[in-house]
Structures are given as C-alpha cells and as structure tokens.
Design a protein around this ligand. Structure first.
Ligand code: CP
Ligand code: NVA
Length: 307
C-alpha cells in the first residue's frame, strides 16, 4: 500500500493488516507497554483545510507513541492550489518528511498530492470520503460483535455524505450490509453508488426514506451531522429537511436490543442525535473516537514504517 486515499482503493489484505496491527498496538498500550518506536526520526506533515479535533490529535499522538513527530500546517499557511500547487507542495514535503496527511475540501487535491509525492499520502477527510473514520468505526463494531462482521447490518441515518460513502465501502470490504435512510435530495450520489456497486459487486446496499425501517434491522445505528464543514450556509434548510432522521429513544426502541449507537463526532445534540442516545447504554461513540488513535497508528506504521 503506497497511499491511503479511500477504503475501496485499499486491498482486502491491507485492510486486514490494518485491523490486525491496530488491535495489537492497542493491546500493548492497554497493558502499559510502550509500542516499538517504528517511526523513530520520522515526521508526518498534516495539512488542514478544515478544523479538526479527533483527526489531528489521533495522528499527532500516534506519531508520538510510535517514536516520530508531526507538523501541523493550516490552510492559511499552505494554501493548496492558491499559494502553490498540490504537486509543488507534495514535491517539497517529500524531500523533508516521511508522510503527508491532508484534510481537504476536494478529493482531487489528495489525488494531486499523491501523484506528485514520493512519500505516502493519507486522506484525513475530504468532501467525498472519510476513510480513516470508517476504519475506526469498523474496529468499534469488531469490538462489539467479534472480528468477523460478515452479515451484520450497519444502518446509517442521515446525510449521504463523506462519512456515509466511506462506511458503505468498509461494509463492502467486510461483507456487511449497508442500509442508508436519507431524505430526498440527500441520498448517496448516483455516481458513487454506480462506482461502489461496480468495484464491490458483493456489497449489499439498501437505500430507503424510512429511518425506522432501517433501524429495525440494525446491528449498529450510525449518524453524522446534518451540516458538514463547508455547508454552514445551508444549515437552516438542512435542519428542516432532516427532521425525523434523528437517532433518539423511539428509534432505539425500534432497533434490535443488541444494536449499538455510533457517531463519528462532532455531534450536534438535539439535531441528528439526542442526549439520551449519546449517553445511553447502547452508545459506543467515545470508544469509537478513541479507536481513531489505534487505527491511525496501524496505518502510519504500515505506510511509513514498513510494518
Ligand atoms: N470524526 C472526526 O474526523 O473528527 P474531527 O473532525 O474532529 O477530526
Ligand atoms: N460529515 C462531517 C464529518 C466530520 C468528521 C463533515 O464533513 O463535516
């Protein structure tokens, strides 16, 4: 694996390696044993066009715990495509650091960085995808249901956005069923659905307008914000359209007893999820956030440390 730009472009074998290693590194950490410094003297440059808590901290902490370090670059400093091209940035950074993680608006910027970089490029979220998040989400479901998730159902309630696309792809990789309930106009885009069906012929993908129907068959119920970063001017309209697509007590009552609740965070309580669902016994949202650290470590060790 040279880069990590999306789940669907990652081989099944590499996906398995990421989970194997994440679980091992997490176990070492839980036992109070420091992980081997496989990234000693190595540096990750992190470019952020958008804000972040989990992505920034998990990558920076992952580099630190594996013996390396990270440099944070904001868009105001770097200006991909404004101050200089993605290709020039990639070529400069490739001579100074050992990996690049970027959170960008357009996926194309990641593709352009990867094309010109001689070091690995990692997608830390784009408008199209959030593959690192989907890895942590899958690990959280493995923690609950066991390593083999074949036949399990992930019901995603809400916007057919970057997080939803990466979840669909990870479900395809793991033999899970992906059910998405979204209001009209906010479905997964048709181009993506065609591509994912073509690239992952085994994927079971169901689209519905009925969130309760989706919840009834769920092993995991998942939601994300109704208003993603960059869509703030649509907030009022979106909050109207998505009413009814909320994970709340009534939805949890409709879901199977064993179903868990996931959210990539940040959560807008009272909109896509209630306090009751976030704080209740079915919620796994905080272990899910913590799993970002463990999958990030595995990803970095494989890409930059030849693990
Ligand atoms: N879930 C997630 O990616 O969080 P941040 O936006 O805080 O990084
Ligand atoms: N869909 C959200 C995810 C945040 C982690 C966004 O893009 O803002």
């Amino acid at each position: 694996m040279k880069h990590f730009l999306s789940v669907s472009e990652t081989s099944d074998a590499d996906v398995r390696r990421i989970f194997d290693l994440a679980i091992r590194l997490r176990q070492e950490r839980r036992e109070g044993r420091p992980n081997a410094p496989v990234l000693a003297h190595k540096t990750l440059a992190m470019i952020f066009e958008k804000p972040s808590l989990r992505t920034r901290v998990s990558f920076e902490q992952a580099m630190y715990e594996l013996g390396g370090q990270a440099i944070v670059l904001t868009n105001a400093e770097v200006g991909i495509g404004k101050r200089e091209s993605a290709a020039d940035i990639a070529r400069v950074l490739s001579g100074m650091v050992h990996g690049i993680m970027a959170r960008v608006f357009e996926q194309q910027k990641l593709v352009d960085l990867a094309k010109a970089a001689t070091v690995p490029v990692i997608n830390g979220l784009s408008d199209e995808m959030h593959p690192c998040q989907a890895l942590a989400d899958a690990l959280t479901m493995m923690d609950e249901f066991g390593r083999d998730l074949t036949g399990r159902t992930l019901a995603y309630i809400g916007d057919g956005n970057n997080v939803a696309r990466s979840l669909a792809a990870v479900c395809g990789k793991l033999g899970m069923k992906f059910v998405i309930a979204s209001p009209e106009g906010y479905d997964l885009d048709r181009g993506f659905v065609e591509r994912v069906r073509k690239n992952m012929p085994g994927l079971s993908l169901t689209e519905t307008r009925d969130p309760m129907a989706a919840a009834r068959g769920a092993d995991a119920l998942y939601t994300d914000t109704w208003v993603s970063m960059g869509q703030e001017q649509e907030a009022e309209q979106r909050r109207k359209v998505f009413t009814g697509y909320q994970i709340n007590g009534a939805m949890l009552a409709a879901a199977p007893k064993h179903a868990i609740v996931l959210h990539c965070l940040p959560a807008y309580r009272g909109y896509e999820i209630t306090d009751e669902a976030m704080e209740g016994p079915k919620s796994r949202v905080f272990p899910q956030a913590h799993n970002r650290l463990h999958v990030q470590k595995a990803l970095l060790a494989i890409l930059m440390g030849n693990a």
